[in-house]
Design a protein around this ligand. Structure first.
Ligand SMILES: [Mg+2]
Length: 228
């Protein structure tokens, strides 16, 4: 059981610090741990943050798209360049996550305009620093280029735990990579289920790629309860 956190087990909120798991999520995870070999949260947040938000004994937490194990920081000077590039964009702010940098624009008066301005400003910085841009719901993230992300995490856990069946549930573009990992596992004979957690901002391509759609985090919690 591979689960995204924000937008999947917790509602989308104005600021990442305000996110909380929806009612019943913690209990559902605790029950899943008793029933399935691996219950993992695969998130763009730092692992420690996910653990503080949803402490459930026995779950596996893979933070920063699986990069958290490496520690590491964004290349020297890049943080400052990103801060300077983001400063003129009203309502945008930078979350320094160590090896990755997330630029949020949910509070911008015109999010569409903010997004274009940010992507244009950040693309050259990322290219020079060996980072790539991954977009999500009202966020532009700079992450180390060419590294396995959510798909890599899922692939690694499938092998490590010798899994022949897996479910992944997510709500955003980065989760498509995890869907891809399940597709590859399915080609090798695994039984897989790709779940899109639908909300107002869930990308259409994720819903199209899914086997199953649930309505928001409460819908996912309901599905998990049924699987227990
Ligand atoms: Mg999410």
């Amino acid at each position: 059981m591979f689960l995204d956190f924000d937008g999947s087990l917790a509602g989308i909120v104005a600021h990442p610090e305000l996110a909380r798991p929806v009612e019943g999520a913690r209990e559902a995870l605790a029950a899943l741990v008793q029933r399935f070999r691996v219950v993992a949260i695969v998130s763009g947040r730092r692992s420690a943050e996910v653990e503080s938000l949803i402490a459930v004994p026995g779950i596996v937490v893979c933070g920063l798209y699986g990069l958290d194990e490496d520690g590491g920081r964004a290349p020297a000077g890049v943080s400052d360049q990103v801060d300077s590039a983001v400063a003129p964009v009203q309502g945008a702010w930078v979350e320094h996550k160590g090896p990755t940098l997330a630029v949020h624009y949910r509070r911008a008066p015109n999010p569409g305009k903010a997004r274009s301005a940010l992507v244009s400003a950040l693309r050259p910085i990322a290219a020079v620093a060996g980072l790539e841009i991954v977009e999500g719901k009202m966020v532009v993230e700079l992450v180390p280029a060419g590294r396995p992300r959510k798909g890599g995490v899922v692939e690694r856990l499938l092998v490590e735990h010798d899994l022949s069946a897996a479910l992944f549930a997510g709500d955003d573009v980065a989760d498509l990579e995890a869907f891809g990992a399940l597709d590859r596992a399915a080609e090798r004979g695994a039984l897989t289920v790709k779940v899109a957690v639908r909300g107002p901002e869930t990308p259409a391509e994720l819903v199209r790629a899914a086997d199953l759609t649930v309505e928001g985090p409460p819908g996912l919690v309901e599905l998990l309860r049924r699987l227990v």
